[in-house]
Design a protein around this ligand. Sequence first.
Ligand code: ADP
Ligand code: MG
Length: 503
Amino acid sequence: MLDTRYEAPKPKVIAGAKGDWELVIGMEIHAQVASNAKLFSGASTQVGAEPNSNVAFVDAAMPGMLPVINEFCVEQAVRSGLGLKAQINLTSAFDRKNYFYPDLPQGYQISQLYHPIVGEGEVLVELAPGVARLVRIERIHLEQDAGKSIHDMDPTMSFVDFNRTGVALMEIVSRPDLRGPEEAAAYVAKLRQILRYLGTCDGNMQNGNLRADVNVSVCRPGDYERYQATQDFGHLGTRCEIKNMNSLRFIQAAIEYEARRQIAILEDGGKVDQETRLYDPDKGETRSMRSKEEAHDYRYFPCPDLLPLEIEQEWVDDIAARMPELPDAKKARFMADFGLTDYDANVLTAEVDNAAFFEEVAKGRDGKQAANWIINELFGRLNKEGLGIADSPLSAAQIGGVLDLIASGEITSKMAKELFEILWTEGGNPAEVAAKHGMKQVTDTGEIERALDALIAANPDQVEKAKVNSKLAGWFTGQVLKATGGKANPAVVNQMVAQKLGL
Ligand code: ADP
Ligand code: MG
């Protein structure tokens, strides 16, 4: 059930010649488990290694080699399941999915069809403040990745690299609860964020570290509600599955294209064939890869090399006790404790490292000001230089030091920006650097008063104008700031101008 704080978004509607159509989307996401070793061997999972250098005998399917389950990969799957508020199955089992392909030396993939390690869960996907979709998770199972065929290294030969063979993947299957392209992309982004918080998947989509198979169908208004009420898929349209998507932008474009393609067929009196399709980003269209009729018969059967996987509740409880704070909780806490806006809280919790940095700066300081500085000054500058938070030349302590100088009235925010620049290139202790560069706000009201009195005496016309239109008093503030070399506190000056002019 969707939390009462949220309202569900409207489904995407596409108008047809004979009435409206709605979209229905379900996803299968393959997330590579963050682990140094493979699912059933001790070989390294390091990317960019010399081809075929990280291959154990069992990965190469040498006769007589037996797989041995990697406990850490199981723990990662359990942690992911807990992060998706899912049922953890204390007994699960591995099955063989048989097919022939040159990058699959065993001739089968070890997967979990009948008894996955993780059962039903849910993910809250926020689309705007107060608007969210609750996506039901059907299951997560553990399986092996395949190797990689290389066709572009030689004009006549193909090569194969087994380094990826046997690396652990989690397949995360959602119910068909997504109702539009934006929601679908937001779901992938949210899942990626949760897995990165948990440290169970790096989520590097460009490297294919996290990729999605996107199932799309269309139906008439009311059909989806009938499906929800009965869980009978008969109320939904026939789906097509778009394979291996690893870009949020392409996911949206592919769904949009695919929905319109299906609608055109249906409006023409035809029927949609259930098939697997590929998205071509150059053409912006999907094309058929194979139909369900010619789909492989994988002849799944329980893998005889592995015993059922039994885990203990105490072990699961122990993993649960060590769970980090997850994005939703962190966001809510940042809003409550630091008074952040929804937007700022989203930005600051997008990546766990950014959130930790913010918290270090904000602790014991004005949270809203810390957020502004980190989002506008620090992130702005890091983005410009193409750097991540881990490479930031300024530490949280240094930014905190700058904020302290503003808070104590020692420097103006204009000076603080200059100080930020100097610290960025030269480093150092903020207070010392500020002193060295003569950054000191004029707090001596006597000096400000003298400058203002002189201005008032020399500009009687301006005084009269400002008395008629108080907006013109800003001229005096500007002149005083100029006269004091930008070192006066604008708020103090403003106040004194208003007082002297009797505004
Ligand atoms: P398969 O393994 O053959 O792809 P599954 O039953 O595991 O079949 O379903 C795969 C995905 O397809 C799930 O994410 C599910 O939510 C989604 N799905 C099922 N029916 C539909 C539909 N009518 N429209 C869109 N997505 C669907
Ligand atoms: Mg599928």
